[in-house]
Design a protein. Structure first.
Length: 296
């Protein structure tokens, strides 16, 4: 396997006390029982996990601190970056429907590590997979007004939706051509029946028609709770074929996937899934695309 410097564009480093969804009573979650990660996960443990995996830079993604503490989380991430030199960028949280979202975005954008915003919009009939309060948040006029402010600060938006909302997602991307979108987890394929795959393909094809939509190839073990090459390979292959390597990039989703695998196994499995691509395409997915989008 050829050595290629890699950017991990999806990892979380957290403090347990700041995450009520980890510290509260056990409840069903999209990734199953999570007691093994109900503890602090420091940047130093992450650096140990990635040892020998060619990771040269990383990007933190928000972890839903309590309401009203989005800036506190981003400021904490900045303090870790200032002290440890990692992570190299931060995707912060903001409730874009909040009438005062503009003020928060200004404060977030003033932090050197901030590169984007994630507000999870995924809704599902299965309550275990549901995060957003309703399926049509992205169509709300107030929310869209907040989204439009990202362009003023050069911030990208990380879009987390299921296949059932990809057509709306494509309309959203077309309505905001000046905003860069990053589709989380390659569109979160959760229905692996023949019809489920086709529904996902149709939605991904619609999103691929929007030049401002990119795809993070992360979280591919979420719905099977395992690191499985026979699943990861087809998702990666089809996604790259639709979007092109220059719009796709690797992400680990650690420490969530630490529930069912170790970093080395995850990384090697992903590298095998892109082994059929040219050296330039592999370099784009592992390093260049994330480096460009997140300006690191």
């Amino acid at each position: 396997m050829k050595s290629i410097p890699t950017v991990d564009a999806h990892h979380h480093v957290w403090r347990l006390n700041d995450l009520p969804w980890l510290s509260g009573p056990p409840v069903p979650r999209i990734f199953g029982p999570y007691q093994p990660i109900c503890r602090d996960y420091s940047i130093y443990e992450y650096r140990s996990d990635i040892m020998d995996c060619e990771i040269v830079k990383s990007i933190y993604v928000q972890t839903n601190w309590p309401a009203g503490r989005s800036y506190d989380e981003a400021r904490w991430v900045q303090s870790i970056a200032d002290t440890a030199g990692w992570p190299h960028a931060n995707v912060a949280h903001a409730d874009l429907a909040d009438p005062d979202a503009g003020t928060l975005l200004e404060r977030l954008a003033a932090l050197p590590a901030t590169r984007g915003i994630r507000q999870q919009l995924h809704w599902h009939e299965n309550a275990q997979y549901r995060f957003a309060p309703r399926p049509d948040v992205m169509n709300d006029a107030d929310w869209r007004r907040g989204l439009g402010l990202l362009a003023d600060h050069g911030l990208l938006f990380e879009l987390q939706i299921f296949a059932s909302h990809m057509m709306d997602g494509a309309k959203l991307a077309r309505s905001f051509p000046d905003i860069v979108f990053v589709l989380e987890h390659a569109g979160m394929l959760e229905d692996m029946s023949a019809s489920g795959w086709q529904h996902w393909r149709d939605g991904m094809a619609a999103l691929a028609q929007c030049p401002n939509v990119n795809v993070k190839l992360s979280g591919l073990g979420t719905f099977v709770h395992a690191c499985r090459a026979e699943l990861i390979g087809p998702i990666v292959k089809e996604t790259v074929a639709m979007f092109g390597a220059d719009r796709c990039f690797y992400g680990s989703n650690f420490p969530i996937e630490k529930l069912w695998t170790d970093y080395g196994t995850l990384y090697r499995t992903f590298r095998s899934a892109i082994a059929h691509l040219s050296d330039a395409e592999q370099a784009a997915i592992l390093h260049d695309t994330a480096s460009r989008l997140y300006r690191i």
